[in-house]
Structures are given as C-alpha cells and as structure tokens.
Design a protein around this ligand. Structure first.
Ligand code: FES
Length: 82
C-alpha cells in the first residue's frame, strides 16, 4: 500500500548558517571528505567551513573573517578531525 512514509522519531539536528562564514551544526558531526575519508567532531556545536580558506578543513578556523569574498579555487589545507 502506497502512502507517506512514517514520521522519523529521531530529534531533528539543528543547522544554521553564519552569513559569510561557516555552517554551524549541533554535534557530534561526521563529514565525508572529497577523498571519501570521514572526519568526526564530538563537540556539542561544530562550525563547518564553507569558504574553503580554513587551514583545518572541514572545520572553520575563522579565516573567513580575514579576507571576505570568493574562496580561492584550491581551497585550504585539510586536517583530520579535531
Ligand atoms: S567559513 Fe570560517 S574559515 Fe571558512
């Protein structure tokens, strides 16, 4: 019988975007990197870089504050979970 799927009982994970900055997510968080590896943060709130300038990708290191504007094409350096 077709119909709507049952509602998901898990609590929704809250995500918000800091304009010009990171996406902030209630942790823990796992991020799948471009190479397929997975990095994890168990912090209660995690800032994921959207500008690609961070020296600790995928996490925001506040580098977006230093030079607003478009991200460089190569992005920043990647780092394992913190
Ligand atoms: S969003 Fe903060 S360093 Fe990229």
């Amino acid at each position: 019988m077709a119909g709507a799927p049952p509602p998901d009982e898990r609590p929704a994970r809250r995500v918000w975007h800091d304009p010009g900055g990171p996406v902030v997510i209630e942790g823990p968080v796992e991020v799948v990197m471009d190479d397929g590896s997975v990095v994890r943060s168990d912090r209660p709130v995690v800032a994921v870089c959207t500008c690609r300038r961070s020296r600790i990708l995928p996490w925001c290191d506040t580098s977006h504050r230093e030079r607003p504007g478009p991200a460089p094409p190569s992005g920043g350096r990647e780092r394992d979970a913190q």
